[in-house]
Design a protein around this ligand. Structure first.
Ligand code: ADP
Ligand code: MG
Length: 407
């Protein structure tokens, strides 16, 4: 259960950081093409924590992974361009340390005055990072006095910089981004304002099984879209054509629908859809009712207008909405309509709206409504783990904040 992520962790605001060395684990895993950062969302998301530390005149040591170098130094995955971009965003110099541990890191930190920033080289250039070896965790810890984890996107991994390091420092806490992620996601799960409507889509039931199971126990309504609906339709004997079906999960699909019924919650599937011969948009397409056998050997690529209408009505009454998984093949413009219209319906909700998942976040951005969502989770895999109700090792490793003294 996600409760273990919930007990309040000390935040950077609770720690005495002035003039001291603060190791902040950030998520700077940004896309870089030919040395140029193509999306700096994650760097910007870390700025409130970094600025807070700088305002308090801490010596800020930032560490992140980038890509999958598999324990080897490789020039394509250096964090150097991130140091440059961060320096622009902060409008102040950022020292780049050529290695995450050892002399270059120690020298860079020793030469930095309070109010200065060091960015360490890619943690995953050392295989000990993912291996979570005590020596590596200790070497990282030796650079600092205080540890702060602000890397929600990496919190589902028990690595040296997210988990092991906590054993080697006594003053530890979470950053402001991590705090905001845990507050929004935790609130939705522990104490949601009702009605709580969950929208789940995407390609595969299998990749979302735990999310569905967890939401079945917490939400009042589940709205299903995307390719995953077709495993449920096939189970019900409806025509699915060449739509993506996971034949191994037909029994599971039946159990999920039965569980929804037992719990008395609404489990809604599309009533119409867009069908075509090719998902890339190169063939003609049309809207059919879900039970129309004219789908023949074509495949379904988006929810239809009647479904959008129904789902929008459910959403209009919601006080909490969690959305994960696009409603169709939104990467193809012709089949983005259902996803875009659901994104707009969620944007119009007056309660708390939360979106998680890499493709879902891209879809909301494509729909241009990202500013009207209460919380867009920065963690792809980590958000899904949280929505599944699993403990995040990077959060669980941190001790809870002492309970407020009884009055
Ligand atoms: P997220 O990254 O938000 O968790 P997923 O990775 O589960 O989302 O799902 C996104 C993918 O699902 C997209 O690539 C989209 O094209 C695909 N998808 C959605 N609906 C369909 C469909 N009807 N047929 C095939 N693929 C689909
Ligand atoms: Mg995805």
């Amino acid at each position: 259960m996600a409760e273990a992520n919930r007990p309040r962790k000390p935040t950077i605001e609770d720690l005495d950081i002035a003039g001291r060395r603060v190791f902040i684990r950030v998520d700077f895993n940004v896309p870089i093409v030919d040395g140029t950062i193509t999306d700096d969302t994650r760097i910007k998301a870390s700025l409130p924590t970094i600025r807070h530390a700088l305002k308090r005149k801490a010596i800020v040591i930032l560490a992140s992974h980038l890509g999958r170098p598999k324990g080897r130094r490789c020039q394509d995955l250096t964090l150097r361009p991130v140091a440059a971009r961060l320096s622009e965003l902060l409008d102040s110099p950022v020292t780049f340390a050529e290695t995450a541990i050892g002399t270059p890191a120690q020298t860079a930190v020793a030469d930095t005055k309070p109010g200065g920033v060091v960015l360490l080289e890619n943690l995953r250039f050392h295989q000990e990072e993912e291996g979570n070896t005590p020596e590596f965790a200790r070497a990282l810890a030796s650079l600092a006095d205080i540890y702060v984890n602000d890397a929600f996107g990496a919190a589902h991994r028990a690595h040296a910089s997210t988990e092991g390091i906590v054993r080697h420092l006594t003053e530890v806490g979470i950053g402001l981004l991590m705090a905001s992620e845990l507050d929004y996601l935790g609130q939705a799960f522990d104490d949601p304002e009702r009605p709580f409507v969950a929208v789940i889509g995407g390609a595969k039931v299998s990749s979302k099984l735990d999310v569905i199971h967890n939401l079945l126990e917490r939400a009042d309504t589940l709205l299903i879209g995307g390719a995953m609906a077709y495993t449920f339709f096939k189970q019900q004997g409806l025509p699915v054509g060449r739509s993506l079906v996971e034949n191994g999960l037909l029994d599971t699909a039946r159990d999920i629908m039965a569980r929804a019924k037992t719990r008395g919650i609404a489990f809604e599937l599309p009533v119409d859809h867009v069908v075509t011969a090719e998902a890339d948009g190169s063939s003609p397409y049309e809207v059919l009712a879900i039970n129309d056998p004219a789908i023949a050997d074509r495949l379904a690529v988006d929810i239809g207008p009647e479904t959008v209408e129904r789902y929008s009505k459910s959403l209009a009454d919601a006080s909490t909405v969690v959305w994960n998984g696009p409603m169709g093949v939104f990467e193809t413009d012709a089949f983005a309509e259902g996803t875009t219209r659901i994104a707009r319906a969620i944007a119009a909700v007056r309660g708390t709206t939360i979106i998680g998942g890499g493709d879902s976040v891209a879809a909301v951005t494509k729909a241009g409504v990202q500013d009207q969502i209460s919380h867009i989770s920065t963690g792809g895999g980590a958000s899904l783990e949280f929505l599944s109700g699993r403990i995040l090792p990077g959060v669980a490793a941190l001790p809870d904040r002492p309970a407020d003294p009884a009055v």
